[in-house]
Write a protein that binds this ligand. Structure first.
Ligand code: NAD
Ligand code: ZN
Length: 381
């Protein structure tokens, strides 16, 4: 079969790989019909994730048709059209029992902080992902969910990660009615977080990024304010000024580790150019939130990103929450929001690309070219 193939930082291509096989009685094989590229894939693409092996296939956001099931699979059948949450979760461990599917204790033999994730390096379990014609889906009674008959698969594919992650970002932020919510990052996740903030009763939603077309997009899509941090004297100062010097009620970090690094200005106006892997957005979030406020972190960082102003976090009495999204926990209510028209996931898809063109697709998404927000890779039927 054809599959995306990692060759090293900034180098991916398609290659032939063996068709995946059932290796365990609870496995299923899914013929992929759509697979997205995620901002999380960019951390792999940029070479920031430890133990990302040459030859591996990325892709944790996919939908498809069940082609084969192992003898112990009872919840889905051959021919079902399923969406596959990005978390690989056993459904039985102490964390899965608490619906913390992103923290499954069984699926990731490396026993790192996270459970396994499709196509996300050997640090996250070493499973191949869905940017391929076929994918092996372990614990197939747990993750894969039959797509409702009235749901567009383009909406469904975004329910595998981006929509639940934006929603969980807003949920973890503990938004109260009328709150001012600041979202750092206007990528797919930040856009969804901004959109979902309204569902939780936000009174004002402000998004910060520096890619103009994304700011324009989020203004329209999420009906919010959006500002370019490069044209602000200081994003933290700006947020303070616009909130009567109190700070935002909650801040959401939808950026994570940034390979490019970015210019950071401090409250004193001093400019610092941070190294790759710096935590600029998180720094801003901690400083821009009000005393006693909540910082919700969904941006993905390496274990040792530093320069986090932990002293301000303590002195301001902040609550910080973060996690990999527990997709399965959120699916029932998100399917309802989509069916009721309150969320329009496919509205963020800007690019549909044959799987064969994966190299160009990664480059365009990574470099923020061609007004790209979200790319869907389509394997040949
Ligand atoms: P993306 O790369 O498309 O978007 C990130 C955006 O942040 C870009 O538009 C970039 O210009 C902007 N940015 C960079 N530095 C900034 C700064 N200092 N302040 C404000 N904006 C800045 O990625 P995405 O798909 O939207 O994902 C965003 C983050 O969420 C990534 O770190 C990704 O790994 C993470 N993520 C987490 C989960 C989870 O389960 N927690 C799930 C999906 C994605
Ligand atoms: Zn993703």
């Amino acid at each position: 079969m054809l599959a995306m193939n990692y060759r090293g930082p900034y180098r991916v291509r398609v290659a032939h790989k063996p068709h995946p096989e059932i290796l365990h009685p609870q496995d299923a094989i899914v013929r992929v019909t759509r697979s997205c590229i995620c901002g999380s894939d960019l951390h792999l693409y940029h070479g920031l994730v430890p133990d990302t092996r040459v030859g591996s296939t990325f892709g944790h956001e996919f939908v498809g048709i069940v082609e084969e099931i192992g003898p112990d699979v009872t919840k889905i059948k051959v021919g079902d059209q399923v969406l596959v949450p990005f978390n690989i979760a056993c459904g039985e461990c102490v964390f899965c029992k608490q619906e913390m599917y992103g923290n499954c204790h069984e699926s990731n033999a490396q026993a790192t902080a996270v459970g396994a994730i499709y196509g996300y390096s050997h640090t996250a379990g070493g499973y191949d992902g869905g940017q391929a014609e076929y994918a092996r889906v372990p614990y197939a009674n747990v993750g894969p969910t039959v797509i409702p008959a009235d749901m567009d698969p383009d909406d469904a594919v975004l329910l595998t990660d981006v929509v639940p992650t934006g929603y969980q970002a807003a949920e973890m932020a503990g938004i109260q009615t009328g709150d001012t919510v600041v979202v750092f990052g206007a990528g797919p996740v930040g856009i969804m977080a901004a959109k979902c903030a309204w569902l939780f009763g936000a009174g004002r939603v402000i998004v910060i990024d520096h890619v103009e077309y994304r700011l324009e997009f989020v203004r329209n899509y999420a009906q919010c304010e959006a500002y370019n941090f490069e044209s602000l004297e200081d994003p933290v100062l700006f947020i303070k000024k616009t909130t009567a010097w109190l700070g935002a009620d909650v801040c959401i970090d939808a950026v994570g580790a940034d390979a490019a690094g970015s210019a950071m200005q401090t409250l004193t106006g001093r400019k610092l150019l941070l190294q790759a892997g710096s935590a600029t957005a998180l720094h801003w979030a901690i400083n821009a939130v009000k005393k006693g406020g909540i910082v919700s972190v969904v941006g993905v960082y390496g274990p040792t990103d530093n320069l986090v102003p932990i002293g301000n976090m303590m002195n301001k009495g902040l609550t910080m929450r973060g996690n990999q999204t527990s997709v399965k926990r959120l699916l029932p209510r998100l399917i309802e929001h989509v069916q009721a028209g309150r969320l329009d996931p496919k509205g963020i898809i800007t690019h549909r690309v044959p799987l064969e063109e994966v190299a160009d697709a990664y480059h365009i998404f990574s470099a923020k070219l061609d007004n790209c927000i979200k790319t869907v890779l389509i394997p040949s039927p």
